[in-house]
Design a protein around this ligand. Structure first.
Ligand code: BEZ
Length: 212
């Protein structure tokens, strides 16, 4: 069965461009972005993996590790990394899992045969430090992903976990947030939101972003 939000994600041990990885050990107490791409030496994937390398400092700031995957082997990954570095002006600074036996792809349901036969589609999994799945989405092979959006979602999830706020439509860092509906105790509200909040409707309460 496909993984659902809130599920504990499965562990695995698999080869990568940076040696063998036991996923849980490698993740440690970090957030993780696990993302698959269809194949090495393909144009859109080359731009995607380059974009992620450039954003690595942003993932680091959020205590998030990134790891890519395709069904190609380690040798192929290593050769292709040279091309990514050369053409995208970067240094691939995170591991790419090699999944020729499709072990991880099957565990995470990354192969959608009616879209792309035998190759992984563009799946994304955001996993929290407790190994719970917090976001998943799937893009077609022909559309490169927006990795700024992935950072935005990590920011939103971390705001919810740390400050009991959710983020409204098209929220970006610094915009007002929504107080989670479960929070009703007036004392806790006063303590959590010293900058105050606006009750637009009893169920819609806006507050300045708490960590700004
Ligand atoms: C690409 O990365 O450009 C790509 C990969 C597989 C199918 C289509 C495009």
């Amino acid at each position: 069965m496909a993984l659902r939000l809130g599920d504990e994600v499965p562990n695995f041990t698999q080869a990568s461009s940076e040696g063998e990885i036991n996923f849980y050990d490698w993740a440690g107490d970090s957030w993780v972005v696990l993302f698959s791409h269809p194949a090495d030496y393909t144009p859109v994937c080359t731009t995607e993996l380059g974009a992620v390398a450039k954003l690595k400092p942003e993932f680091d700031k959020r205590n998030a590790k990134v790891i890519a995957l395709s069904v190609d082997n380690v040798e192929s990954h290593k050769g292709w990394i040279g091309d990514i570095n050369e053409t995208q002006n970067t240094n691939v600074n995170y591991p790419i899992l090699a999944d020729p036996d499709k072990k991880v792809a099957d565990l995470y349901d990354m192969i959608h045969p009616n879209s792309l036969n035998n190759l992984t589609v563009r799946s994304v999994f955001i996993i929290d430090p407790k190994k719970k799945l917090r976001l998943t989405f799937t893009y077609p092979a022909s559309t490169g992903r927006n990795f700024d959006e992935i950072l935005r979602v990590i920011d939103s999830l971390q705001l919810t976990d740390n400050h009991m706020v959710a983020t409204p439509a098209n929220w970006t860092d610094g915009n007002d947030c929504v107080i989670v509906p479960t929070l009703q105790d007036p004392e806790v509200l006063k303590e959590k939101f010293p900058k105050g909040y606006e009750v637009v409707k009893p169920y819609l309460r806006m507050t300045p972003q708490p960590n700004k």
